[in-house]
Design a protein around this ligand. Structure first.
Ligand SMILES: Nc1nc2c(ncn2[C@H]2C[C@H](O)[C@@H](COP(=O)(O)O)O2)c(=O)[nH]1
Ligand SMILES: [Mn+2]
Length: 191
């Protein structure tokens, strides 16, 4: 690896310290980092059974999709920053990040980010659904950790109807079943 690649690795490391804003705004204790989020998405892509997808590409997309957040931070819907402005900031960050790399790597990583951002392939669409599925899975885990069933409902409301891929629909169904059991137990503790 060239010296320049080392610079990127130092910047990327920042993401291990960038908490996911959505959890911060909901006062979740010890919220996961952007790195945690992307790592689990990469593993979710790694275990997909869908042979029609380029799995390697999905793993790479997962690992790159929020890379700009080491510079611009994790912009959440509650920040009320327009899609155009969020795209502008993240594009500038990706150019800054990738300029530290060789021409080949710069092209490879920038194009991965663009593919996800533009949602122009089946792999990018699949990884976007992983992004949202990972979020509601994490929301369930926080509700279980805090013993506050149902507290993070808005994460479920905002992603409802956005899941299409069969494997992801199956996982979302399991998440909702598990979550609804916990909510029901709270409403009818002696049932
Ligand atoms: N409170 C909510 N926060 C949300 C919702 N959807 C996304 N988010 C948060 C999660 C992340 O912190 C951030 C953006 O996530 P990306 O993975 O897209 O960068 O916004 C929601 O419905 N409610
Ligand atoms: Mn993400």
């Amino acid at each position: 690896m060239e010296q320049r690649g080392y610079g990127v690795l130092c910047l990327i490391h920042e993401e291990t310290r960038v908490p996911r804003t959505g959890w911060v705004y909901r006062n979740v204790e010890k919220p996961e980092s952007v790195s945690d989020h992307m790592y689990r998405m990469a593993v979710m892509a790694l275990v997909t059974e869908d042979k029609s997808l380029n799995k390697d590409r999905c793993i790479r997309l997962a690992l790159v999709h929020d890379m700009a957040e080491c510079i611009v931070g994790d912009i959440a819907p509650a920040d009320n920053i327009s899609k155009e402005e969020k795209h502008r900031r993240e594009e500038a960050a990706m150019r800054q990040l990738t300029q530290l790399l060789s021409e080949d790597l710069k092209k490879e990583i920038y194009e991965l980010w663009e593919e996800y951002e533009n949602q122009c392939t089946a792999e990018a669409k699949f990884v976007k659904q992983l992004d949202q599925c990972e979020m509601i899975l994490q929301a369930l885990e926080y509700e279980e950790l805090e013993n506050t069933p149902g507290r993070l409902q808005d994460f479920y409301d905002s992603t409802a109807g956005k899941f299409i891929h069969p494997e992801i629909l199956q996982l979302v169904s399991l998440i909702n079943t598990e979550r609804n059991k916990k909510i029901a137990a709270t409403c009818h503790p002696h049932s």
